[in-house]
Ligand binder design. Sequence first.
Ligand code: SF4
Length: 503
Amino acid sequence: MTDRLMPPSHPFDFDAIDPDGDGDTLHEECGIFGVIGAADAANFVALGLHALQHRGQEAGGIVAHHPETGFNSARRFGYVRDNFTKQSLMETLPGPLAIGHVRYSTAGSKGQTAIRDVQPFFGEFSMGGAAIAHNGNITNADSLRRELIERGSIFQSSSDSECIIHLMARSLQRDIPARMEDALRRVEGAFSVVAMTRTKLIGVRDPLGVRPLVLGKLGGEDHGGWVLSSETCALDIIGAEYVREIEPGEMVVITAEHGVQSHHPFRPARPRFCIFEHVYFSRPDSIIGGRSVYETRRQIGVELAKEAPVEADLVCPVPDSGTPAAIGFSQESGIPYAMGIVRNQYMGRTFIEPTEQIRNMGVRLKLNVNRALIEGKRVILVDDSVVRGTTSRKIKEMILDAGAAEVHFRIASPPTAWPCFYGVDTPNREKLLAATMSEDEMRDHLGVDSLRFISLDGLYRAVGEAKGRNATQPQYCDACFSGEYPVVPADMIEKGFQMKAAE
Ligand code: SF4
């Protein structure tokens, strides 16, 4: 193993539009990627992780296996581009099989990741080693950890994902995929997993399929192989062909000799994919459920314009995630689309270690208003979500300072009133604006002329459910909007979290 401690290279995350660091942005917590059957698979994994960087910027790791040198790993703080592009590092990760992980911060040492919390995790078993990378959140991790520690397990990290390795160690099954099945049957919550042994690449999705995982194929004589990825955009970067999604509750075991073998180790359940992946987390150039994420977001804008029309002169996105919805709103309403707010793409490289004075400039560092466009205009601002509302207020002030006559917010998701326990970092419930205020109160709090959110039904229509949300059997996880959690968050309830009372 070639791990080496490195200090965080990006103590201040300029790539998120939450430069105050006050939790006013939702963060997907992980991206996972794996390759088998390609020369120097770790190089492909590094490129895949780079394409998944939006899912986690705090740290990344790669484990690779070579028949002669065995397992090697590298884990680093900071961006993939700053670490896993160095030849000297990549040469330590040889072999035709590799997996990788980028993280924001999972359950564990939130905001203060220790290198020991950076995945993939590795375990040595009697039948050989295995490494795993996990996207999601285990909702019964606290009780599992207590039980495992009582029985003698020694944890190396504070991550919920490490439970999987210890559960595998206790399994009596004779091969690693079977041990993994045993382990994952004990786990509750959301998990997409990419794992590897000396000869196998393994992919698993939880029975509800909350987090995404797709299968791809690498062609060509020199690097034929298989790929597992959180999103299709990361297949594109390495020239892999999209094959299909891993089904909810499916485990695929892939070998160079036999290709893809599919198992269904869990009791069948109705899928509940995370609807927020469509709104915000996934990249707009990814495909989910056969639908372009960009097109879904544009359609959200169309629905919003139908549900919440307003007389105005311009439709402007809050860049970048509000852009497709703003385009859809403009197309449906006939109100001209304009780049009224411009995002500075290069902040991250300009101020790696900002002074306090620069930090205090907050959102202005990242976004600037196009005054010549805005002055005297009635402006519709389209954003993906309102979390705590602090960024929305600052953006509204910037627009008014630039001379706008009116500011109307249109939000491409329903009010976020509940925290996510399935792998997305959300503030505590009391810090969510929509948990404590009505829509009118939020409008007054933000100080805008009008504020409207897309309805849950409108969002469901935009993702392709023509009849909207099925109230008794929702087609997606939408717990952060509805408070209806498809998996009981056992650990959080133990800590005092109160679920919504049944109606
Ligand atoms: S609670 Fe919200 S963010 Fe979390 S999985 Fe469900 S829909 Fe996605």
